[in-house]
Design a protein around this ligand. Structure first.
Ligand SMILES: Nc1ncnc2c1ncn2[C@@H]1O[C@H](COP(=O)(O)OP(=O)(O)OP(=O)(O)O)[C@@H](O)[C@H]1O
Length: 257
């Protein structure tokens, strides 16, 4: 299986986290976390269950407040902006949920129209049709336009979920466990889609996963969260060539080629 090419991205930071701390009562989840996302890259965040990956994502989109530290997304300090500014920022940061979060009672077309109508009230029918058709073509599911989510496979639902996030043309994509619950062949398909989205839409992405095959295929850079900190960051080979025993153990436990 091929490792993602290492590309020299512009050093423009679309996300910059410095000395971030977050605790819940006595539980210190994130401890002095530093992390950057560069424009155009796919950054994979790895970590065992319960290490704080979701907490980190929630802080990035302003759903949780950091206890201390600085979190800057697209030039805005997320914990210091007004609610109106936060809503505007969230439109630029697409979040693709683990369970695809499709509305079961709506067709694929209606599912895709929903974020458009909610966020762009004056959008015309022709503009809606064009956006839906374009995004379905981008995820390779033009034929599914009138189907119900229940008629789609898990991989197809995942694609529509990603399309629903992409339709608002976000600058940053956050993928939460994009390959969870899928068979190995469909996982490869989703990995390819994540790479296609990066190339076609020039998005910068954070991919949260336990799946090392996915990490290797899509990550220009990998960051491994261990005991509340990023223990190591780098290419797949750099991270897994690391001497830290905890990193080796994660690899041995999770990697299936
Ligand atoms: N709102 C909250 N209140 C209290 N504790 C919380 C809250 N949110 C998360 N936690 C705790 O923070 C820790 C990290 O949770 P988080 O959901 O970020 O883990 P994760 O790395 O995303 O795990 P998984 O891979 O299983 O999704 C857990 O111990 C969790 O119980």
């Amino acid at each position: 299986m091929q490792q993602k090419a290492v590309t020299d991205f512009s050093k423009e930071r679309v996300i910059e986290i410095k000395h971030l701390n977050k605790s819940f009562g006595p539980l210190d989840v994130l401890k002095q976390v530093d992390l950057e996302l560069y424009k155009g890259e796919n950054l994979v965040v790895l970590g065992k269950s319960g290490t704080g990956k979701s907490v980190l994502i929630k802080i990035l989109v302003g759903l949780l407040k950091p206890d201390s530290g600085s979190v800057v997304v697209l030039g805005k300090k997320v914990d210091q902006i007004s609610y109106k500014e936060l809503l505007a920022l969230r439109l630029k940061v697409g979040f693709s949920f683990q369970n695809s979060a499709l509305y079961d009672s709506m067709t694929v077309r209606e599912n895709l129209e929903f974020p458009l109508v909610r966020n762009q009230r004056s959008i015309s029918k022709a503009e809606k049709n064009k956006a839906v058709e374009e995004i379905l073509e981008a995820v390779g599911l033009s034929q599914a336009i009138n189907q119900m989510p229940s008629e789609l496979s898990g991989g197809q639902r995942k694609r529509i979920g990603i399309a629903r996030t992409l339709i608002l043309q976000p600058e940053i994509m956050l993928y939460d466990e994009p390959t969870a619950g899928l068979d190995p062949i469909t996982c490869l398909d989703i990995n390819s889609l994540i790479n296609e989205v990066q190339e076609r839409f020039h998005t910068s992405s954070i991919v949260i996963t336990h799946d090392l095959t996915c990490a290797k295929a899509v990550g220009n850079r990998i960051a491994m969260l261990l005991d509340g900190k990023f223990a190591c960051q780098g290419t797949f080979d750099e991270v897994f060539g690391h001497k830290d025993e905890r990193v080796k153990a994660f690899y041995d436990y999770n990697f299936i080629e």
